[in-house]
Ligand binder design. Structure first.
Ligand code: ZN
Ligand code: ZN
Length: 203
């Protein structure tokens, strides 16, 4: 979150070309240089690729519901609001599909292009355009659960055979477990395709 056009964040932003047709690009031409003017932007964009990390993220093409207030201030344009996204990934314990939603709080100042910046990393207007994608990318990753779980008390997998203990709470090998069979069952789970997860979804 950048509250000022000065300040010290680590440089990170490779130059990208802003596509005015992108659903994550907001045109501010009617506001710029009119401090105090504002407008509301409510729209549903589709998620770009690579929003998230390997284990969990926003499915590409899924709806991103933006509800934003765009306000011209002296140094640039201030964007505040939320982005509602869907998340999908794998439970860190049992590898089942994890689906949830996340409401990402947005508060970012986009400085005017001609404003001299002490901080080369402060967000900038591109002409009259605001590109929300880089911001969204950063905020989504910060907001992701560190270890996604299908439910808070997920029982995980049987350490011997890999059976899902959520579906089979009384699972027990007793004294006569066959280690050859255990190895096979373990392989099966390793392929990790969550195809029967409907009963395990979390809101
Ligand atoms: Zn789980
Ligand atoms: Zn087992």
């Amino acid at each position: 979150m950048t509250q000022s056009c000065q300040g010290g964040r680590e440089p990170q932003v490779p130059v990208r070309v802003v596509d005015p047709r992108s659903e994550l690009v907001v045109d501010t031409h009617e506001l710029v240089r009119h401090a105090g003017q504002s407008k509301q932007v409510r729209r549903v964009a589709s998620a770009p690729d690579g929003l998230g990390v390997a284990m969990i993220g926003v499915p590409p093409g899924s709806p991103v519901a933006l509800d934003l207030r765009i306000e011209a201030v002296v140094e640039g344009v201030l964007v505040t609001g939320t982005a509602q996204v869907k998340l999908a990934g794998s439970c860190a314990r049992c590898l089942d599909l994890v689906e949830s939603e996340d409401s990402i709080a947005i508060q970012e100042l986009y400085c005017y292009p001609d404003k001299e910046l002490d901080d080369p990393d402060a967000s900038r207007l591109e002409g009259d355009l605001i590109d929300l994608e880089p911001l969204l990318r950063d905020l989504v990753v910060i907001d992701l659960p560190f270890t996604p779980k299908c439910r808070p008390d997920c029982a995980g997998l049987c350490p011997s055979c890999g059976a899902n203990l959520n579906r089979d709470p009384d699972h027990d090998h007793g004294a006569d477990a066959d280690p050859r069979w255990a190895a096979l069952a373990g392989l099966d789970v390793g392929s990790g395709t969550p195809d029967d997860v409907a009963d395990n979804n979390e809101e």
